[in-house]
Design a protein around this ligand. Structure first.
Ligand SMILES: O=C(O)c1ccccc1NCC(=O)[C@H](O)[C@H](O)COP(=O)(O)O
Length: 374
């Protein structure tokens, strides 16, 4: 086991906690080196090489910790150590270099995109810009209010032009028009895809909807891999963000939840299976858990996933913790809504079935089998 070897343990009994200590130590070293890089020391080149090596080691360790938590999504392609690497990991083999599934491909692309964005906009600038951002609105409160008003799951209606599994869902896509139609139809909140490459979304769409006076709180539907994105989303007017348990280890979820709280973002934490649900149930401070019925590896949609994850002790624990469960993906008919509501959800996230309708307001009426706007 890499972490144990690196930690000098080697007895195979090193838990995720041990790995975290190792990461903390390496990070402290990296921070020390970053400080050195800023100086005019003649050893700067050597320090730069070491810095690259240490950052690479952190990536390896993070994947190792994630794997221990059952996460199969690797953060970056396993490209091997930087040139001149001298260290603990040089014996690793890099055969499995293609993404294992679409989600992993999206995550790798996102890492690259975010790295480029971070070069252009420093975190400190984003922090300074927070004061000028449109004020955060109560995403969770809006879902609760809708549920109490209608007796039906609060609707998070998704502004989604296209998806990897279904291709283009709506030609002549006007995000503001769709958002207004959803609001008119009784949506409690909106989800706005901001990923460009795979969903043809954008942060411009999010900003445009916010600036058009739409009152529904907005979820920034993005693949978050770095805390920088949380600040960016907030400065663009998001009220909530998505944290995907299949992508983020517990330590990242905990850290990001803290940041969200600090900057006024609600967090929808998304799970797909029992392992992810159990991991999230062990974390304090989660208010919203989304159960995605779409397997993000195979794209297969099965709404019985929601029921399966809410049965027995898990359902009981969710109720005890007052967590609102959101049923996500593959919901098309009033019977589907009744099925997931019966299973215990109090909110739903719906894209395809309503965005494809000529009139999305009417699409919402058909989805629920009644007018939920009044
Ligand atoms: O929708 C996809 O094809 C997809 C592929 C890979 C990762 C995520 C994906 N979708 C994100 C979502 O979870 C859905 O957009 C959302 O739950 C709404 O689903 P639906 O009502 O089925 O459009």
């Amino acid at each position: 086991m890499i972490v144990a070897a690196f930690a000098g343990g080697g007895d195979g009994g090193c838990s995720g906690g041990c790995g975290l200590v190792v990461v903390a130590v390496v990070m402290a070293m990296v921070h020390g080196m970053k400080a050195a890089t800023l100086s005019s020391d003649p050893l700067v080149v050597v320090v730069d090489d070491e810095l690259k090596s240490k950052e690479w080691e952190i990536g390896v360790l993070k994947d190792e910790i994630a794997a221990m938590q059952g996460i199969r999504i690797r953060r970056t392609p396993p490209i091997g150590p930087p040139a001149n690497y001298v260290g603990t990991f040089e014996d690793l083999h890099y055969e499995d270099t293609a993404p294992r599934n679409k989600l992993e491909e999206i995550v790798w692309t996102k890492y690259g995109e975010v790295a480029e964005m971070k070069e252009k906009i420093a975190l400190s600038s984003l922090k300074n810009a927070l004061g000028n951002a449109p004020p955060p609105r109560d995403f969770v409160g809006s879902l609760k209010e809708s549920y109490l008003r209608t007796g039906l799951p609060g609707l998070i209606a998704e502004v989604k032009k296209a998806s990897p599994s279904r291709g283009v869902l709506r030609e002549n896509f006007n995000p503001v028009e769709v958002a207004k139609a959803y609001e008119k139809g009784g949506a409690a909140c909106l989800s706005v895809l901001t990923d460009v490459k795979y969903f043809q979304g954008s942060f411009e769409n999010l900003e445009a909807i916010r600036n058009a006076g739409v009152k529904c709180p907005l979820l920034c539907k993005e693949f978050i891999v770095d805390p920088w994105q949380l600040y960016y989303a907030r400065t663009k007017g998001a009220d909530a963000v998505l944290l995907i348990a299949a992508v983020l280890p517990d330590i990242d979820i905990k850290y990001m939840l803290k940041i969200c709280k600090k900057i006024g973002l609600a967090a929808l934490v998304e799970v797909h299976d029992e392992n992810e649900m159990d991991r999230m149930l062990a974390i304090d401070g989660i208010e919203l858990i989304g159960i995605n019925n779409r397997n993000l590896g195979t794209f297969k949609v099965d709404i019985s996933n929601t029921k399966k994850l809410l049965e027995g002790e898990r359902g009981e624990k969710l109720r005890q913790k007052n967590i609102i469960v959101v049923g996500e993906s593959g919901l098309f008919t009033p019977a589907d809504i009744a099925y997931v509501q019966e299973a215990g959800v109090k909110a739903i996230l719906v894209g395809e079935s309503i965005v494809k309708q000529k009139d999305p307001t009417k699409g919402i009426r058909e989805l629920f089998g009644k007018d939920i706007s009044a």
